[in-house]
Write a protein that binds this ligand. Structure first.
Ligand code: HEC
Ligand code: HEC
Length: 247
């Protein structure tokens, strides 16, 4: 028989340490929520966008935010009794369609939310963040309001650093794509009225050039700094510089 040795106790302790710890963290979740912002607003003045406003979503029946045009399956799930808890939201955002298929026991169910958040810790964190917005009357608004920009336009431009990691992040590219099709294709792109704006030549641009044009505007191109946050404009840049971009 093995005698209990210090080595074995040390190994046993290590086994305990490597067990994943999934404590949720609302503060970290606030940063994760940047990935959702292209489609969801949060806080007192939140409006429906590509996705429904998520103010007070924890405790709400699925598919019931007023004025939002949901897919039919999430509405059915709500009728069947689906009420959002933190852990259900964390499950849903891993794979909205798979979640609805399981919940409704229907292999043809579909979801209008195509975004999936792969990281389990980030899912718990962002769900915990959503819960803080649900309980706090004004916290939502405070959490949402971007701190007032005190830098000059030139200073903001000078502060932008685009790493390879940022530019290749799938969530950034996906969010940027949604914004591009929401706004920019009014003038740019294959669907726009010809001659309204030049066809973009992404290979020729440095990321900072694209950021500058979008943040500041240039001649007939309006600046978008009142419409989009700096984070959102950065995600548009990631999309335009990605392989997925179709000018
Ligand atoms: C690309 C756009 C997009 C992104 C990004 C996105 N969502 Fe959604 N989301 C939607 C749409 C659209 C719906 C409505 C789904 C439907 O009708 O089937 C939705 C629905 C939801 C719902 C259910 C709301 C309800 O009223 O029942 C939750 C919760 C949610 N999203 C959370 C998130 C979180 C958290 C993130 C970020 C991790 C996120 N979403 C990212 C588009 C998006
Ligand atoms: C109202 C029409 C309009 C909209 C909407 C618009 N643009 Fe533009 N954009 C222009 C015009 C016009 C130019 C050319 C400006 C010039 O060089 O005189 C331009 C130029 C650009 C350029 C520089 C192209 C070059 O080769 O010099 C970029 C990058 C750009 N737009 C990105 C965007 C993005 C990203 C969006 C969405 C957030 C957007 N634009 C929305 C009209 C628009």
């Amino acid at each position: 028989m093995l005698k209990s040795s210090p080595l074995i106790s040390a190994l046993l302790m290590m086994l305990c340490w490597v067990a994943p710890s999934y404590a949720q963290n609302a503060t970290a979740g606030k940063a994760v929520f940047n990935k959702c912002k292209a489609c969801h607003q949060i806080g007192a003045d939140a409006k429906n966008g590509v996705g429904p406003a998520l103010k007070g979503i924890i405790g709400l029946t699925a598919g019931s935010v007023e004025g939002f045009k949901y897919g039919k399956d999430i509405v059915s799930a709500g009728k069947k009794g689906l009420v959002w808890t933190e852990s259900l939201v964390a499950e849903y955002i891993a794979d909205p369609r798979g979640f609805l298929r399981t919940y409704l026991d229907d292999t043809t169910a579909s979801a209008k939310m195509t975004f999936k958040l792969k990281d389990a810790q980030q899912r718990l964190d962002v769900a915990a963040y959503l819960a803080t917005i649900a309980v706090s009357e004004t916290g939502g608004a405070d959490a949402q309001a971007a701190p007032k920009e005190t830098r000059t336009i030139e200073e903001v431009l000078a502060d932008q650093v685009f790493t390879e990691e940022f530019l290749s992040d799938a969530a950034n590219i996906e969010n940027g794509k949604v914004l591009w099709f929401k706004q920019c294709t009014l003038c740019h792109g294959y669907k726009a009225y010809p001659g309204k704006a030049p066809k973009l030549k992404p290979k020729k641009y440095k990321p900072n050039f694209v950021f500058k044009r979008v943040y500041k505007g240039f001649k007939k191109m309006p600046g978008w700094r009142e419409t989009y946050t700096i984070d959102e404009i950065r995600m548009i840049v990631a999309y335009i510089k990605s392989q997925n971009f179709a000018p």
